[in-house]
Design a protein around this ligand. Structure first.
Ligand code: PDD
Length: 304
């Protein structure tokens, strides 16, 4: 890659830096066209990647999903993975916070408004970093409340699309009810996932979660946590379950890039079992934390 593309021309506060279509610039100076299809049609995809002590967590997994999402949306990015990796590392180098989230977005770009794709699309891509504020420890020690909501999203939830109105509505409802997350269920009662998380329950020692189908986003954290659980001999069933099943479980938790594993101790107006964080979730939180630390140590060691 050409060195200029990674060398900011200005030196603003790192938090304010964005990489957009080949160059770094202050976030406040970044401009998109009114006719960008991301703006007009939510015609785009995104990724959120966490970095701990400057090391991006599950980078390959996130970039693989980026590729799948772009392909699913039939958007051909102008930049390749090497550029993306360089950009992310460069943003992290300039950002000294211990916990950072890196946000990337790709749209089909600007074109005269028409539902059909432009004949010669010029996709728009940008990446920026923000400090990842830690959640209060009490949320992990006591667990959080979630509410349930009908899953009113489209049927291609495997694509990390920027079209997030139903997710925003559900999260807003949750916030208004003092809940951390909203868990979606389809019309047949099948529980899919959270508005911005994957959802798991534990019943009789078995971890259960919706299988990877078009109805959920295959969370990078979901896959990581299941791998950790498998390595430690925990029983897992990637099988759909419904609301009735969910209301009789022993434990529950959610996963995502920004939380890793967070216990759920209240669903709608009822506690999960006795309302305390159960042993399987406690174990999984500890194992996941250790596995995240280990990955980071391995990456740092590889760089030395
Ligand atoms: N959300 N399901 C949905 C619908 C999501 O939006 C997300 C992530 C997840 C978890 O995926 P991962 O473990 O790869 O973060 C599941 C991100 C964090 C967001 O929208 O901010």
């Amino acid at each position: 890659m050409h060195a200029n593309t990674l060398s900011p021309r200005v030196s603003p506060h790192p938090e304010e830096l964005i990489w957009m279509d080949g160059e770094f610039l202050p976030l406040a100076q970044a401009r998109v066209s009114i006719e960008d299809r991301g703006l007009l049609f939510a015609d785009g995809i995104y990724e959120v990647i966490a970095a701990f002590d400057g090391v991006p967590h599950l980078l390959v997994e996130h970039l693989d999903r980026w590729d799948r999402s772009a392909e699913g949306m039939r958007i051909q990015p102008r930049y390749g993975r090497d550029t993306r990796v360089d950009v992310i590392h460069e943003l992290l180098k300039r950002f000294s916070a211990p916990r950072v989230s890196v946000y990337g977005q790709l749209t089909r770009g600007a074109a005269r408004r028409a539902h059909t794709f432009p004949a010669a699309p010029r996709p728009m891509e940008f990446w920026f970093a923000r400090e990842l504020q830690p959640y209060q420890p009490v949320l992990f020690s006591e667990g959080v409340k979630v509410i349930t909501r009908p899953d009113e999203r489209w049927l291609n939830c495997w694509i990390k699309s920027i079209s997030l109105a139903p997710n925003c509505f559900a999260r807003q409802d949750a916030a208004e009810q003092g809940a951390f997350e909203a868990i979606f269920h389809r019309e047949d009662g099948v529980v899919t996932e959270g508005a911005a998380t994957n959802f798991f329950v534990v019943k009789d020692g078995v971890i259960r979660t919706h299988p990877v189908t078009k109805r959920i986003l295959s969370g990078c954290t979901r896959e990581f946590v299941l791998q950790v659980a498998r390595q430690h001999g925990l029983a897992i069933r990637e099988e759909a379950f419904d609301l009735t099943f969910m209301r009789n479980v022993d434990e529950a938790f959610i996963t995502s890039t920004t939380i890793n594993v967070m216990p759920v101790t209240r669903i709608d107006d009822a506690p999960v079992a006795d309302g305390k964080v159960g042993p399987v979730v406690q174990k999984l939180m500890a194992l996941t934390d250790a596995a995240v630390r280990q990955l980071r140590e391995d990456s740092l060691a590889a760089l030395r």
